[in-house]
Design a protein. Structure first.
Length: 156
């Protein structure tokens, strides 16, 4: 591992522990050249997973793209970066646990909506409006009716 400060390839590991997502290892290192410390993360290298889009084209699975979409849906909502990261990590673990090389994009979208619905209902509706391509207010109402019915059932 090259030191990010002096570029020397000589360091020692000071501390190792599981990463926050439990799917990585966090290592604290010290450069033996300049004595500065830095952190590295190790993840299991997985076989590339391809997402099959609605139009039939394929693209590589991109966790950052999902994270950006969730961040847009959760904009100005009481949802932390850590909660968004947890949703993405949960989705990624589920996908890699059930699919080997290819996954249809609707599977990802529907699963994200379920995870987002339990996290923040406004963010869920925002995400659903883009994902399901709402055309008018009626589409919003159709999506909200099950949520409102569930809320009223819980209040009774």
């Amino acid at each position: 591992m090259r030191c990010p400060f002096c570029r020397i390839d000589n360091d020692r590991v000071i501390d190792s522990r599981a990463g926050d997502d439990a799917h990585s290892i966090r290592r604290r290192r010290e450069c033996l050249g300049c004595r500065r410390r830095f952190t590295t993360y190790e993840r299991v290298e997985r076989q590339p997973l391809w997402v099959t889009k609605k139009e039939g084209n394929r693209e590589p699975f991109d966790r950052d793209k999902i994270k950006r979409g969730l961040a847009r849906a959760c904009w100005k909502r009481p949802v932390s970066e850590a909660e968004i990261e947890a949703v993405v990590t949960s989705l990624e673990a589920e996908i890699y646990g059930h699919y080997e090389s290819e996954i249809p994009s609707p599977v990802i979208g529907e699963r994200l909506m379920l995870l987002l619905r339990s996290l923040d209902q406004v963010a869920f509706v925002r995400f659903a409006s883009v994902y399901r391509e709402f055309k008018d207010v009626r589409d919003f109402i159709d999506e909200l009716e099950p949520i409102l019915a569930e809320e009223s059932r819980l209040l009774d």
